[in-house]
Design a protein around this ligand. Structure first.
Ligand code: HEC
Ligand code: HEC
Length: 323
């Protein structure tokens, strides 16, 4: 018995030595493999219906999906989004994919979690301009919806159950990528240029801010850590530029933003809270100048861009038919 166990481990060791594709995961990396979250699939399916439902907005013209499309990396690819009555928002829309992993929601972190975030969109006069009571009044007339809520929540259709179903759906929007397979030990899941880009991403210091499962989304940092970004920018300052200051009113929080996740970043142009970078290459240049205070050879920046593109993940909804 004992010798059989020994033999098993010996052959396993041999296998690991000879077969790189099932080698041990890269366990000490500052970027962690993306993990699926536990999701109640029935609640998530109900949440998906709500996510696509225009009745959530006051005049039944806008759904979450308008600004967070499945086919474009969970954003609208616009500098600012359009809410009810054609109103333009004040800040670039971040992605809903993997948002569940962010330590807080929104650029300035004013929502604690996904459930909390829902209330902000509903009441925002430039987004849904609505209220839970108006939404419940409308959805109460939809017997299929009412019975689905009754089935899944003891209290039925309510403010907490609407928040919960939407958040549950969003917790299912996790997009593992080729880079995660690499982190899990599949050495050839990314090519040499992408590997080099990852090494450069670490050695130049991008990793100090963009790290963890979301390659971002776990801290606030000032935009303009090494050079004054806002003094150099041509366009006038806006309220949104104040970032975290708008929440805390502490001078030390002015221009602090949640470091965005770089997952699916190849799909989510334009970049930054103010959409000032039209391309990924421009965004990387801005980061070198203002966050690192450094310059880099063109080839290094191209390799970093190649690495960032390997973070494009897959979710069934990304390939789904357009609604
Ligand atoms: C009119 C466009 C629009 C609609 C509709 C909209 N959003 Fe957003 N969403 C945005 C913008 C813009 C932001 C960033 C706002 C900020 O940070 O101040 C955002 C931020 C978010 C975030 C935070 C992501 C992060 O990384 O911080 C989540 C989650 C989210 N929205 C989910 C939803 C859900 C769920 C709905 C529907 C209930 C919805 N959104 C409807 C435009 C929209
Ligand atoms: C000191 C912290 C810090 C460092 C270092 C840093 N970043 Fe950032 N990064 C940020 C912050 C904060 C933002 C958001 C700025 C804003 O929009 O207000 C950001 C935004 C970005 C974006 C735009 C993402 C989006 O969805 O809009 C990209 C791309 C990016 N960083 C890549 C990099 C790369 C590549 C490096 C290294 C060359 C790097 N960053 C270094 C903090 C940092």
């Amino acid at each position: 018995m004992k010798s059989n166990v020994l033999k098993f481990f010996l052959s396993l060791e041999l296998l690991l030595l000879t077969c790189p594709s099932i080698a041990a995961p890269l366990s000490k990396e500052p970027i962690r493999p993306l993990m699926m979250l536990k999701v109640d699939t029935q609640k998530a399916a109900l949440g998906k219906l709500l996510f696509e439902d225009k009745r959530l907005s006051k005049d039944n013209t806008v759904a979450c999906l308008n600004c967070h499309s499945y086919h474009t990396g969970g954003v609208d690819n616009l500098p600012v989004s359009t809410g009810v009555r054609g109103q333009q928002g004040a800040i670039n829309a971040p992605t809903v994919f993997n948002a569940a992993n962010n330590f807080v929601q929104f650029w300035d972190g004013r929502a604690r979690n996904l459930e909390d975030q829902v209330g902000h969109v509903i009441s925002n006069p430039k987004e849904f301009d609505s209220s839970f009571s108006l939404i419940i009044q409308k959805l109460s007339k939809d017997s299929a919806m009412v019975s689905e809520f009754k089935k899944l929540y003891p209290e039925g259709l309510s403010e907490p159950s609407i928040r919960s179903a939407l958040a549950e759906f969003e917790r299912g929007l996790i997009t593992p990528s080729r880079f995660d397979r690499y982190l899990q030990g599949e050495a050839n899941a990314i090519n040499d240029q992408e590997k080099n880009g990852y090494q450069l991403f670490k050695s130049y210091g991008c990793i100090a801010c963009h790290q963890g499962q979301n390659v971002g989304g776990n801290m606030f940092q000032v935009f303009g850590a090494m050079n004054n970004y806002f003094a150099d920018r041509k366009t006038p300052k806006t309220d949104a530029d104040n970032g975290r200051y708008n929440v805390t009113h502490k001078e030390s929080d002015r221009h602090l933003f949640k470091v965005p996740s770089l997952r699916n970043v190849a799909l989510t142009a334009p970049y930054f809270h103010d959409a000032s970078a039209a391309t990924l290459e421009q965004a990387i240049n801005t980061m070198f100048k203002y966050q690192l205070g450094r310059t880099a050879p063109q080839q290094d920046k191209e390799d970093i861009a190649a690495f960032l593109k390997s973070l494009t993940g897959q979710h069934v909804l990304m390939n789904a038919q357009r609604p």
